[in-house]
Design a protein around this ligand. Structure first.
Ligand code: GDP
Ligand code: IMO
Ligand code: MG
Length: 423
């Protein structure tokens, strides 16, 4: 039995949460493998909208188990709030939500370091969600981090103190005006740690291995998107984890030969929140329309997302890096009403036409070369069957399938669970 992967192929917010929720009925276990509360995964059903940050998007299904893997970074304070949001839904999450002992903890001072680092960068700031992601992964790779399993040790508070003291000195180094009350933040943190300790901590790699051996079906839920990958994204404007397929191997302890389907999620256009290059970004009424109709505001920070046409150069790259076996096109409904749909098929890069992603796609180096397709007028949000999709949208889908050489299996036409068309 294999582990299937579900990954965002752009700069995040492709609609991963929605699709994981739609697919969960076919799986026994949903497992997050990287990222942390920088993620905001939105699910909508029965007229209610839920936003999850650390908790896997399978949590609302009765029979699914949910695992937070070793590759994830957890902020106990945010996690506690997420859990309390679930309280009113009678989910009995304590019996179906498991946390890896090897997952790293985000301390209050990691958040402060993130803020200090961004403030010191001025205009060059990454546009981080300021959740402490970068500093926490730095401590992980620097071999200084604190892990969930440490909370089971009697001296964990001493370890905490040592690390937090070091962070304070580092914050001073940045020499920026940062107002904070560490005592208050720590009180909140220690209280939240007690809530976290109410959950079951597991050796998640063994848990996953046993589940595979028992023929259980596992879906690994990615966070962020391929272009935010620490190695393959638009560095340095990326996050601090491997968001691509390989991240599921290291973030859960799944061997590569146990990976089955690689499901790639992309929006019918492109968005990005935070700083960094975005070759197809629009600054005109088309971009404004995408943002308004698509309600493009960050699920974690509320920041407006930058919008633009689909970038096929970048999407091909993501398909390649991840070994995507099937695609899902999200938010097709948002493009209804556009006279023409543009797709970027190559870049003009320093005066030359290139169809691969160059090392440096700074604005001044790259301009997009577009192909135009016909748009469609039909409102898609009430459709339930692929046969009802307008002809021009079908041409768009078939064009992308041909270019990407991967089938598009789902077309999403609205945020609700039910607004999902299988092909
Ligand atoms: P994620 O981070 O990949 O899970 O995506 P987010 O939840 O951050 O952002 C996706 C947004 O689009 C959410 O507000 C979803 O409710 C919404 N959404 C998902 N699929 C569709 C769709 O097909 N059409 C529309 N209009 N909205 C969608
Ligand atoms: P989901 O899982 C979109 C972006 C931030 C910033 C950069 C680094 O909801 O798709 P970080 O907080 O990691 O230091 O920020 O990455 N970013 C995301 N953008 N969706 C996300 O997650 C993101 N997580 C981080 O905006 O540009
Ligand atoms: Mg999101």
């Amino acid at each position: 039995m294999a582990v299937d992967l579900l990954l965002g192929l752009q700069w995040g917010d492709e609609g991963k949460g929605k699709i994981v929720d739609v697919l969960t009925k076919d799986y026994d276990i949903i497992a997050r493998f990287q990222g942390g509360p920088n993620a905001g995964h939105t699910l909508e059903f029965d007229g209610i909208k839920h936003v999850l940050h650390t908790i896997p998007s399978g949590i609302f299904h009765k029979n699914s188990k949910n695992v937070i893997g070793n590759g994830v970074v957890i902020d106990p304070v945010i996690f506690k709030k997420e859990l309390s949001n679930l309280d009113k839904f009678d989910l009995d999450y304590t019996s179906k939500l498991f946390v890896s002992r090897k997952a790293h903890l985000i301390l209050p001072t990691h958040r402060l370091l993130d803020a200090a680092s961004e403030a010191s960068k001025g205009k060059a700031k990454i546009g981080s969600t300021l959740k402490g992601i970068g500093p926490t992964y730095m401590d992980k790779t620097g071999r200084n981090g604190m892990r969930v399993g440490d909370l089971e040790l009697s001296d964990w508070k001493d370890r905490y103190r040592k690390l937090a003291d070091k962070h304070e000195a580092m914050i001073d180094y940045y020499n920026v005006d940062l107002q904070y009350n560490l005592e208050e933040l720590e009180a909140e943190f220690f209280e939240a740690v007690e809530s976290l300790k109410q959950l079951t901590f597991i050796d998640s790699e063994q848990y996953i291995f046993d589940a595979i051996s028992a023929d259980q079906k596992i879906l690994a839920e990615g966070a962020q998107g391929s272009l935010l990958d620490i190695d393959f994204g638009t560095y340095p404007f990326v996050t601090s984890s491997n968001t691509t397929a390989a991240g599921a191997c290291t973030g859960l302890g799944v061997a590569p030969n146990k990976i089955g389907r690689v499901i790639g999620i992309f929006k019918a256009y492109t968005t990005r929140v935070g700083s960094g290059p975005f070759p197809t970004e629009l600054f005109d009424t088309d971009g404004e329309t995408m943002g308004r109709v698509g309600n493009e505001f960050g699920a974690t920070t509320g920041r407006p997302r930058r919008c633009g046409w689909l970038d096929l150069v970048a999407l091909k790259y993501a398909v390649q890096i991840n070994g995507v076996t099937e695609l899902m096109m999200m938010k097709a409904d948002v493009l209804s009403g556009f006279e023409k749909i543009k797709v970027c098929t190559a870049y003009n890069y320093k005066g030359e036409e290139v169809s691969h992603l160059p090392y440096n796609i700074e604005e001044e180096n790259v301009s997009p070369i577009y192909t135009e397709l016909d748009g469609w007028k039909k409102d898609l949000t009430g459709l339930t069957d692929a046969s009802e999709l307008p002809e021009s949208l079908m041409s768009y889908i078939e064009y992308l399938e041909k270019e990407l050489e991967v089938p598009i299996k789902i077309v999403s036409v609205g945020p609700d669970r039910t607004q999902t068309i299988f092909r």
